[in-house]
Design a protein around this ligand. Structure first.
Ligand code: FHN
Length: 706
């Protein structure tokens, strides 16, 4: 496995996020940004290519394939495993048997116009459909393989042709998902080893299936806006990946490509899955994709639908962090988007009709920290406060804002009736929502617009350490972590860069020595002179501080509840999500993934940082045999070194997961079955030697029946 080093200068990355203008990597050049270098682009060219996508914010993911015909069932029985598009793998169904599904796949109710209009009316600006998923079945006419919709099914039509035409007609951007690595049908494709006939040559598979099919997809369907790879490179060689990339770009030099090609390819977009990252990579475009129920592909028996308010909260939260939200539908064997999805899409659409200004083309919140009542998106001097839950005292405080609010009103209020603004002695503004409010407050987020007297100026001061990212500090009791190798006597912070509001001098004398905690008094003359005490405490050797790397330069303060959290597992729990079925639980910080997400919408399980650190949880097991399955979750962070993760039960290792390179999917790993007695047992995740920061997510315990 290659472990490329990260060459984006940290300062440039930080500069990009500091300017709060969304994800534009303003300070980078092709020479120092692998993202730009990969496409031989200037920052301006890159920004121009990404412009529509950054504006769009909201898209529809469509998982539709032969697996829809099965809907999670095989020979009359539900096949264990949450993701129904994985039925062939989960049921270890042979290639020949699985292919028999095609004989009956006749989605006569498929209506491309209806799909596009459902997306459009939901406020979605683009769609990405599975042209070929891991089962290897092409949902389009392909000369490269007869295992395709037109040649292998009674349907005989090319649904992607019809979808492309409908997208053109209704002004919807279209993207194709293509599983280049996993292909359980064509010999040489990744995985699929439960069928001995699948064995084959990977290069041949790349040359004869992947590249020709990608060419078909990118030449026969008009302008394709996005290519969405999945599951990294697997056993495809670096050279093979390079040829795939070149073939794609030769067909369409403007296409937006995600980050899952594999190898050391970065792509244009990061693609966290089923989770909204606590923090996002500065200067990087990103898109969270998420299911509406528990599966991507159609599942007859999956009725685990997310609630519409949560979908809207997710959309707001993603936008507030500068990302896009790609929300999935899994049409059935007849070509129908499930009614539960359509209902939710219509409800989201009704909300967005009124509140779209808070989403489209907005920049990330200028405040890095979580707010108790919701989240914020920004556009020049406007802040959109997406209020999930109005506090009992009806007060919304913006604890980090130093720019004055000129005017605040509900976005839904055509009369823009002003809300009362109370400014504390500290300068911190609070908006007061009258009772009754000028607009009805329902279950969905309510948006309040705060018009500022100038651009949002959220921070009090900025430290710049030479050769390191500028650190924006706000609040009190700031702790700065610096890389282990840093010579602390050579740190020479300068103050106040970028903020005309702030001037100040350190109160203590030893400005160049961070070997011991330093306390500084900073004066912020925004009208009146105020003093803020900032304590800078280097915390070498603390959890999360390992080798020098971008990710390990952290600023912790009283607001941040995720980064730097001791990985004690104190708030961890595993939840029974399917009593009668096979899944025992899914790890999640505050609740099961299938339940409504916590107020901030995060659904990741947690960070684990530092070699040897453990997240553990005691679970009450029924007696029986279990496996632990990791399900395709990306590594968080930018640690360039792959870090293995060891899963153990009562101290005995049951599975070692080798992380892929930076930000790649972990992939799916299943432990051999282990047996436990009834009662409490400890499931632990221990981070091995490596670079020390990973996101644990979507951990599924699967009950294996005797
Ligand atoms: O295995 C797939 C899964 O079926 C689905 O397509 C998701 C969507 O991002 N991607 C993989 C898991 O990461």
């Amino acid at each position: 496995m290659t472990t490329p080093t990260l060459s984006i200068p940290r300062a440039a990355l930080w500069a990009a996020i500091m300017c709060t203008a969304g994800a534009a990597p303003a300070a980078q050049t092709p020479a120092d940004s692998p993202v730009l270098a990969e496409r031989h682009e200037s920052p301006q060219q890159h920004d121009a290519r990404m412009a529509w996508w950054r504006e769009a914010k909201f898209g529809m993911f469509i998982h539709w394939g032969l697996y829809a015909q099965a809907g999670g069932m095989w020979q009359g029985k539900e096949v264990p495993g949450g993701y129904k598009e994985w039925i062939m793998h989960n049921g270890k169904i042979s290639i020949a048997d699985y292919a028999t599904l095609a004989k009956d796949f006749n989605p006569v109710n498929y209506d491309a116009d209806q799909w596009v209009l459902a997306a459009k009316n939901a406020g979605m600006k683009y769609m990405v459909i599975t042209a070929k998923h891991h089962d290897g079945f092409a949902m389009f006419k392909s000369a490269a393989s007869p295992f395709n919709m037109v040649d292998a099914t009674p349907f005989g039509r090319d649904p992607l042709k019809e979808l492309a035409a409908a997208c053109r007609k209704h002004g919807m951007k279209l993207g194709f998902y293509y599983s280049h690595n996993y292909d359980w049908h064509h010999p040489g494709g990744g995985m699929g080893d439960w069928d001995p006939t699948h064995k084959g040559d990977t290069d041949k598979y790349v040359n004869e299936i992947v590249i020709p099919q990608l060419r078909e997809l990118l030449t026969n369907y008009g302008d394709i806006a996005i290519l969405w790879f999945d599951m990294g490179g697997g056993s495809i060689s670096r050279e093979g990946l390079e040829r795939i990339q070149q073939a794609v770009l030769a067909c369409n030099p403007n296409i937006i490509v995600n980050d899952r090609l594999g190898g050391d390819f970065h792509g244009d977009t990061e693609t966290p899955e089923q989770s909204i990252p606590a923090r996002v990579a500065p200067g990087r475009d990103w898109e969270t994709c998420m299911t509406m129920n528990g599966t991507w592909g159609y599942g007859k028996n999956d009725h685990n639908w997310k609630h519409t308010p949560d979908l809207i909260r997710n959309l707001c939260l993603v936008a507030s962090k500068g990302g896009n939200y790609l929300l999935n539908v899994g049409p059935n064997e007849l070509g129908e988007i499930p009614a539960a999805s359509l209902e939710r899409l219509a409800q989201v659409g009704a909300w967005i009709k009124t509140n779209g200004a808070a989403i489209y083309g907005t920049a990330a919140s200028p405040f890095p920290h979580r707010l108790p009542w919701g989240c914020i998106t920004a556009r020049s001097n406007l802040l959109y406060l997406c209020v999930n839950q109005l506090p009992a005292d009806r007060k919304l405080t913006l604890p980090e804002l130093t720019t004055k609010i000129a005017h605040a009103y509900f976005l839904a209020d055509a009369n823009k009736r002003p809300l009362e603004i109370v400014t504390a002695d500290t300068g911190i503004p609070t908006l007061v929502v009258p009772d009754p409010a000028p607009v009805a407050l329902g279950a969905y987020p309510t948006v309040i617009v705060a018009e500022l007297q100038g651009g949002p100026q959220p921070t009090l001061l900025r430290f710049v350490f030479p050769g390191m990212p500028p650190a924006t500090l706000s609040g009190r009791n700031i702790r700065v972590q610096v890389p282990r190798a840093t010579d602390l006597t050579k740190l020479a912070p300068t103050y106040n860069t970028g903020s005309p509001l702030v001037t100040g001098q350190p109160a203590s004398g030893a400005t160049n020595n961070f070997a011991t905690p330093q306390t500084y008094t900073i004066t912020a003359p925004d009208g009146a002179t105020k003093a803020y005490v900032v304590t800078v405490t280097p915390t070498l050797g603390a959890v999360g501080v390992g080798n020098p790397s971008f990710e390990e330069f952290d600023i912790l303060d009283q607001y941040d509840e995720t980064i730097g959290q001791q990985p004690s597992g104190a708030t961890w729990s595993f939840h029974l999500v399917n009593k009668g079925g096979t899944e025992i639980g899914i790890a999640n910080l505050q609740g099961p993934i299938h339940a409504p997400p916590p107020p901030d919408g995060t659904s990741h399980a947690g960070f684990i940082r530092g070699p040897g650190n453990v997240i553990a949880q005691t679970i009450n097991f029924d007696a029986g045999r279990y496996t632990v399955r990791f399900n395709g979750v990306k590594r968080a962070g930018y640690s360039p070194v792959a870090t293995p993760l060891i899963v153990s039960v009562d101290g005995a290792p049951v599975l070692t997961v080798t992380a892929a390179r930076i930000s790649e999917a972990w992939g799916t790993y299943t432990s051999p079955p282990f047996t436990v007695t009834a009662g409490p047992h400890t499931l632990a995740f221990t981070l091995g030697e490596g670079d020390g920061m990973d996101l644990i997510d979507n951990v599924v315990l699967t009950y294996v029946k005797y």
